[in-house]
Design a protein around this ligand. Structure first.
Ligand SMILES: Cc1cc2nc3c(=O)[nH]c(=O)nc-3n(C[C@H](O)[C@H](O)[C@H](O)COP(=O)(O)OP(=O)(O)OC[C@H]3O[C@@H](n4cnc5c(N)ncnc54)[C@H](O)[C@@H]3O)c2cc1C
Length: 434
């Protein structure tokens, strides 16, 4: 049998050195690193993630992008300055079918997980605060009710929430328990003289939408079993003095969203408003997984906006011999790093979305894309900010707003270091939380 020897192969094919020599002798190859022909590089979608999307997903993404650029972008600067969130935004999103878009029935669009992520990307391209308000409504509250609610709870809340006519908040974090919600102190005890009712007492803090929410999904420890359960607290039914949701003002991030506390003082809630089966942290963590996926694609929208703004600025701003600063290598490296991270993060999130719809997603995969995309979006936004020089300090350039917002996205729904511990546990089999 003929076996090719190394030397016969050498004879048949030029060596690596010869091939390199050939290339180096070619004048065009030595001067230009861009391909002369073939597909052009698109800095806005360098790895052509659009090819991975269905027609429906592209259509949903375009609808969301149009709404966000035409309706949200013109409002955001004033909203951020005034620390004001307009609840009509959720009504508008409801009219377009953007709320709970990946849920089925109850007036929801029944779109794919990736489509819901493309919506969060479009909204967060404008502002992470707007995306936060929507994510709480769509993923944390509607998603929770859809997955764990009774038939009556779903019928009662989901259709109105899908239209944005009923606003939701998700109360997990407490003043003394943020990264460790399993130690929560909020309790639900039987009402001493009203059958079929429980009394909720405790305090939640840093709760998006709480000051404006009609229904608050509160996680509390059921006194009888010691287990964490989910409760749908309707503001209109709470007697005076039993529910207070004061806003937390003077934030230095996420100012275009509203954040507050939830203070419950023997607040009566019908037992029928408790999620019937889910117990322990599985309930809140499942809701969080869905929202964390949305954050993973959402932060790519914020990063892409930073890139677009920084690129435009770099092409227009001239320094030293009237050169645009985009001509300088250090500036180009900043843009290259950011564009690469946005492209990688987008592809990874789309893959995780596909796995989720196929029932193949592990929570650690979501930790991975949430952590990586938030971290990279924050680091790159901060570096791109330098391109604006002193103008970065003016809010009219938009970059400082993204940087401040992206700090929050890295912090909430599991701070990045907590996701590192989740991944570390999966990698080593050893849990390092305590
Ligand atoms: C604007 C905004 C909106 C929010 N919206 C909501 C909402 O709608 N609903 C809700 O329930 N919550 C919400 N949160 C709360 C958010 O989820 C918490 O802030 C977050 O979980 C972190 O908790 P903490 O602030 O108590 O920080 P801590 O838990 O006190 O953590 C502080 C630091 O210590 C680190 N750390 C903690 N434990 C460990 C450990 N074992 N090992 C290593 N490092 C550790 C953390 O990584 C972090 O860097 C929101 C927060 C903000 C800022």
């Amino acid at each position: 049998m003929f076996r090719p020897t190394i030397s016969s192969l050498r004879g048949a094919r030029p060596t690596l050195a010869a091939r390199l020599r050939g290339r180096l002798q070619c004048p065009t190859a030595s001067r230009s690193y861009a391909s002369a022909s073939g597909p052009a590089f698109d800095w806005q979608d360098p790895l052509v993630s659009k090819d991975l999307l269905t027609e429906d997903e592209i259509a949903i993404s375009e609808t969301a992008e149009r709404y966000c650029q035409e309706q949200l972008l013109p409002r955001v600067l004033e909203a951020y300055r005034d620390e004001h969130y307009d609840p009509n935004i959720l009504l508008e999103m409801g009219e377009l079918g953007l709320l709970g878009a990946n849920l089925t029935g109850y007036g929801c669009a029944g779109a794919s997980t990736v489509a819901s992520g493309l919506i969060t990307r479009a909204v967060e391209r404008v502002d992470s605060g707007y995306r936060s308000g929507m994510s709480v409504q769509s993923s944390l509250v509607m998603g929770g009710i859809h997955e764990f609610g009774s038939a009556e709870q779903k019928d009662k809340f989901l259709p109105l929430m899908a239209q944005g006519k009923l606003l939701g908040a998700f109360g997990l974090t407490e003043p003394n328990h943020g990264s460790d919600p399993g130690s929560m102190e909020t309790t639900a005890r039987p009402h001493p003289n009203k059958k079929g009712y429980l009394l909720l007492s405790g305090s939640k803090t840093w709760i998006t939408n709480s000051p404006i929410a009609d229904v608050l999904l509160v996680w509390a420890r059921l006194q009888s079993s010691g287990k964490i359960r989910g409760f749908l607290v309707e503001r209109k039914d709470c007697p005076p003095g039993t529910l207070d949701t004061p806003p937390i003002k003077d934030k230095n991030g996420l100012r275009a969203s509203t954040t507050g506390m939830i203070q419950l003082d023997d607040c009566p809630v019908p037992e029928a408003h408790m999620f019937p089966e889910v117990e322990g942290l599985r309930g809140p963590f499942s809701c969080l997984n869905s929202a964390r996926f949305g954050i993973a694609l959402g932060t790519m929208g914020a990063l892409e906006d930073c890139i677009a703004r920084a690129r435009t600025y770099a092409l227009e701003r001239r320094q030293f011999k009237d050169n645009p600063i985009a001509k300088y290598q250090l500036v180009q490296k900043k843009l290259s790093d950011a564009v690469t991270d946005a492209a990688y993060g987008t592809l990874a999130a789309i893959q995780v979305g596909r796995l989720k719809d196929a029932g193949k997603v592990a929570p650690e995969m979501i930790s991975m894309v949430k952590r990586q995309n938030c971290d990279r979006a924050l680091v790159n936004a901060r570096v791109l900010q330098e391109i604006f020089g002193g103008n970065a300090v003016s809010d009219e350039y938009g970059i400082g707003r993204h940087v401040a917002n992206l700090f929050v996205t890295q912090t909430y729904e599991g701070q990045s270091d907590i996701h590192s511990l989740i991944l570390g546990r999966a990698i080593t089999g050893i849990q390092a939380f305590a």
